[in-house]
Design a protein around this ligand. Structure first.
Ligand code: SAM
Length: 301
């Protein structure tokens, strides 16, 4: 840190390490902030906020509170979904004059179901440096505790508010072989859960990640068939912020294997092992030898 810069965080751990890092001028720093727990902010984010000449934010009141908790005082510039384009022009003028600008949203990572993307795009177009300062995001936080084994996830964000569009959106997601990630506002959680159960297989697993990192955090996993009853069991569950994760469609190979197993079991109840395996192979197109081996195991069980 330059000795003329105020040091708002004299006790920050890694102060020496952070001081050796580069924080270029004329750059936009896209800074993730907590999604609930005030302590979930990185040391680098705090350093950037102390060095910034101004902080562009979704809601100046929220950001003022966050900065106040960390003893940081900065000029705040409103940059929300209704003025992003104009705000970008003002920010670019400041970058041209050599400023470091931090961009934050109300919670989590800017640009993820939050304003920020237009500003980043305009700043990139104008040729200035953009520096990500990563941290919390509700989607990734929920995925980390889901226990879902899928290697992939599909971020669906907020579903449409109107029933018809919502049903259509969910149906379109049905074949996706990846964990489906939804954001939901508290007042719509009941309808959303009903729509998910109506438009996807009720056997799919769902994880509710409610009020993550906050006092009343709740993480619950059940089938879609059981989901409505879980929400209804406690009136508090109709309040608070939610990430809803739904198990993706079974991969085609897995679905075919599950189908073959089901058919084999039905045939085994009626025919000898060899005939059951042969018929199952003809119906499903799976290998006869493998089905025969499996039929022998099932017979022994
Ligand atoms: N930019 C944020 C991010 O990186 O996650 C998301 C902002 S989006 C406007 C707000 C939505 O994120 C909420 O409606 C909810 O679905 C989800 N969310 C934010 N904080 C959450 C929390 N603490 N627990 C559960 N969901 C949360």
């Amino acid at each position: 840190m330059n000795s003329s810069e105020p040091n708002f965080l004299p006790d920050l751990p890694l102060q020496d390490e952070l001081s050796r890092q580069a924080f270029p001028l004329s750059a936009l720093y896209v800074v993730a902030t907590p999604i609930g727990n005030i302590a979930d902010i990185s040391l680098r984010a705090l350093k950037v906020l102390t060095l910034a000449d101004a902080v562009a934010c979704e809601d100046t009141r929220n950001t003022a509170l966050l900065l106040q908790r960390y003893g940081i005082s900065k000029p705040l510039i409103a940059a929300h979904e209704h003025n992003e384009r104009e705000a970008a022009e003002g920010l670019i003028a400041r970058l041209a004059a050599g400023a470091r600008i931090a961009l934050v949203s109300d919670a989590g990572t800017p640009g993820v179901s939050d304003p920020g993307a237009r500003i980043v795009d305009a700043v990139r177009d104008a040729g200035y440096k953009i520096v990500p300062v990563p941290g919390a995001s509700a989607a990734v936080t929920a995925l980390s505790v889901s226990g879902f084994l899928h290697a992939h996830f599909y971020f669906a964000g907020f579903l449409p508010a109107k029933a018809k569009q919502r049903d259509a959106a969910i149906s379109a997601l049905r074949p996706i072989e990846a964990t489906l990630v939804f954001y939901e506002a508290p007042h719509r959680i009941v309808e959303t859960v009903e729509a998910l159960a109506d438009n996807l297989e009720p056997t799919r697993q769902v994880v509710f990640a409610r009020e993550l990192t906050k006092l009343f955090e709740e993480i619950h996993r059940c089938s879609l068939a059981e989901a409505g009853a879980w929400i209804a069991a406690d009136p508090h569950r109709q309040k608070g912020e939610y990430v809803v994760l739904v198990e993706g469609a079974a991969a085609q190979g897995e679905a075919d294997a599950a189908d073959a197993e089901r058919i084999l079991k039905i045939l085994l109840a009626e025919c000898p092992v060899k005939q059951a395996a042969s018929l199952a192979a003809q119906i499903t197109g799976q290998k006869k030898n493998a089905l025969y081996e499996r039929a022998l195991q099932l017979k022994d069980e």
